[in-house]
Design a protein around this ligand. Structure first.
Ligand code: ZN
Length: 326
């Protein structure tokens, strides 16, 4: 895990320095930009995601320090904790609570979400909008969540003491890395174009990888809770986690390395505090146990088949319910 972290940090550092300080031709900037976006996505999957779950190290302070990598990339690790660890992991695929399937009406991800006429094209336009997800986090969501003390319909506590200091320091670090330092080398137009290009690639990669585990045809969705959501979950916790989650590309060493275990999301949802490097060993045990207990364990053989399933699910949700069921 530490060796892997060093490789990813070095990859990101070289890409960043190459893009900001050494790219003089458009094609050099393009190569470094693509490399930086992929490195930043790889960093998010492998280091702060684990650290935020407390599975990077046995030392909580080290976990908090590595979770700060999210802040340096512009997304508050404090807000991430509530959005991901609490609301997404605790209430997976429950519309109205799990913020990962809440697209504010722009997209319909679950059968019980309201359908609007423009959703009929969502399996095309959402792929474009996925590219804006990190820009939205960086420029709007973190501040809106902080001011409203809410994520979607769920209330969250506002950060206090050291956490508010870390929030501000994170935003300053991100501004320094993605605006101040690049502006010492390039014009404002070039910096904004570079920022948008890198973030569109980063946002698309991050959004697609997370959607492939939960918004696919095999994943279960639980009806929306009008009252207390925790009382409406039909399954007990572990079965709910397994049936709302789908693995993919388990036999690919490359995806397993790069995605930080997010292709083993079932094991991740069952054991979020276990380091992701153990998921390939846990998966056969979990699958066998699910089979023994009649719990549906779903997996896609490849990355491509999971993407195709996400496309088909978006298309299914784009149709009026009576047509979809027919
Ligand atoms: Zn997670």
């Amino acid at each position: 895990m530490y060796r892997k972290s060093l490789v990813i940090i070095a990859w990101m550092g070289v890409s960043y320095v190459g893009l900001v300080y050494f790219s003089t031709q458009w094609w050099q900037a393009a190569i470094c930009g693509v490399s930086l976006a992929l490195a930043a996505a790889g960093m998010s999957f492998n280091i702060p995601h684990d650290a935020s779950h407390g599975s990077y190290s046995t030392n909580p302070k080290l976990n908090r320090a590595f979770a700060f990598a999210f802040d340096m990339m512009g997304a508050s690790s404090y807000i991430w904790h509530w959005k991901h660890n609490v609301l997404h992991h605790g209430f997976t695929n429950i519309p109205g609570v799990d913020d990962d399937i809440n697209l504010a009406g722009i997209g319909r991800m679950a059968p019980t979400q309201k359908r609007y006429a423009f959703h009929r094209f969502q399996h095309y336009y959402l792929w474009v909008l996925y590219g804006l997800i990190t820009v939205k986090w960086q420029l709007a969501d973190d501040y809106i969540c902080l001011i409203r003390a809410r994520i979607g319909s769920a209330s969250i506590p506002r950060p206090k003491g050291a956490e508010i200091v870390l929030f501000v320091l994170g935003k300053l670090a991100w501004l320094t890395l993605f605006l101040v330092l690049p502006l010492t080398q390039h014009s404002i137009g070039v910096v904004i174009a570079g920022y948008l290009a890198v973030n569109i690639m980063l946002g698309t990669t991050v959004a697609v990888v997370f959607q492939m585990a939960h918004t696919v045809e095999e994943a279960d969705f639980v009806p929306p809770p009008p009252g207390a959501p925790e009382e409406r979950i039909k399954n007990e916790w572990a079965a709910h986690q397994v049936e709302t989650t789908v693995n993919f590309a388990q036999n690919s060493a490359l995806w397993t390395w790069y995605l930080g275990g997010l292709n083993y999301q079932i094991e991740h949802h069952l054991f979020p505090s276990v380091s992701h490097i153990h998921y390939p060993d846990l998966a056969p045990i979990v699958e066998k146990t699910c089979l023994e207990h009649g719990v549906s364990y779903s997996k896609h053989p490849t990355f491509r088949s999971a993407i195709a399933s996400h496309f088909r699910w978006l298309r299914e949700m784009s149709r009026p319910p009576e047509i979809a069921s027919a």
